[in-house]
Design a protein around this ligand. Sequence first.
Ligand SMILES: *Cc1c(COP(=O)(O)O)cnc(C)c1O
Length: 493
Amino acid sequence: MFGPREVPLLFERSQPGKRAADLPPLDVPPADPVALYGEALVRTTPPLLPEVSEPELVRHYTALSRRNYGVDTGFYPLGSCTMKYNPKINEDLARLDGFVRIHPLAPVETVQGALELLHRLEAALREITGMDAVSLLPAAGSHGELVGLKIIAAYHRARGERRRKVLVPDSAHGTNPASAAMAGFEAVSVPSDARGLVDLDAYRAALGPDVAAVMLTNPNTLGLFETDILAIVEAAHAAGALVYYDGANLNAILGKSRPGDMGFDVVHVNVHKTFSTPHGGGGPGAGPVGVKAHLEPYLPIPRVVAEKRPDGSVFYRLSEDHPHSIGRVRGFAGSFGVLVRAYAYIRALGAEGLRQVAEDAVLAANYVLSRLKDVYDVPYGGLVKHEFVLSGRRQKARGVRTLDIAKRLMDYGFHPPTIYFPLIVEEALMIEPTETESKETLDAFIAAMRAIAEEAERDPALVRSAPHTTPVGRLDEAKAARQPVLVWRPDRS
Ligand SMILES: *Cc1c(COP(=O)(O)O)cnc(C)c1O
């Protein structure tokens, strides 16, 4: 009735009278819904629920789960997203009763351990980023950007300055200009130069008394470390602007360099990328924000505060008494479970381990790049950090586009990389192997990419019509997003 790769809806499997569970016989008098709720509210036909047996039910959901692809099933080199393997020990620790069975409104004296963990994580992130104070509240990287920009706005307002513009390099993550606009600023794009780095002359020309901040993604979305970073920071400060570090991809520089030491005023980090939390399905995440001392008064509330008691013990509080704060940005104390995972990860690795993360991430990216650069174009060459960007323009000349290459990779069992981003690279393929992959996995991916490059020469139609092995092929994603079919109706054709 159904093809081998098709998973029918449970409703379509339904046969009247089948059951996956037996309920015990009723041993109390049945209630009369009409008497309880009135005629108008009581339905006259039974609900259309699927009727299936237990094995059918189990197989249905197992079949659906096997159509999924994630970091636990395979290599996921989605550039800029850091889809690395997340150690399972983090899950065990985040599920400890003492963490999951507490209530956000519980009196603070009953959740001292949880608050201590947040306090310690703040300290670890201060050390890692080189900043003076950290708020763990933002719920995502982009939320951290918004919070950071609101802090910057509050700073300028307190000094009686009206600065309307935020400079964003054209190699920045798309969330940067969006966050600037949401925070009420005008985002102004700064071009990249031939090296793929910020064009210093254009940048200096764009600075002025109306610029509130400069947002820098480093390494930038080409995977390149901004070599002029000190000059960029200095010029911004000389013009009275603050500098914002988008640290979403901190795994490239962990233990090697710190935004605080480079002179940045604000930084956000994506703990769900760098510090290992499963992500990609829409959350939850966390985007802690670190600031230098001059911006600490503006951090959102509540702040985690540690007080020394006369007996020498430490008591943790959630403090709301910060008159200059930008206010609340998130319910309660943040995405707690994600923060527990981040703390567990940082403590498990320690300073040496975190440095090793950066070294392995950078080594993996340069290894894969070096083995692909003869078959794909590399518009911005040289050493990269944690990721690199290829261009599929050579294959495009054969009628094979980057989208086709990405689809064909699925036939080889890999999640495609980020494609058509950054916008400054034609037919971009943005590849981030991450630090957790073995050489064998990287070699298998390299072999697949090389095979596809060859197919593009020899049999372009094969690549153009991919994928050939997945349950579904090329979906109309725009239509799926705009007209989602979420309700089953029996008259469905
Ligand atoms: C992922 C990412 C963001 C956005 O983070 P979210 O948690 O997805 O909101 C911002 N900047 C860069 C460079 C990123 O890679």
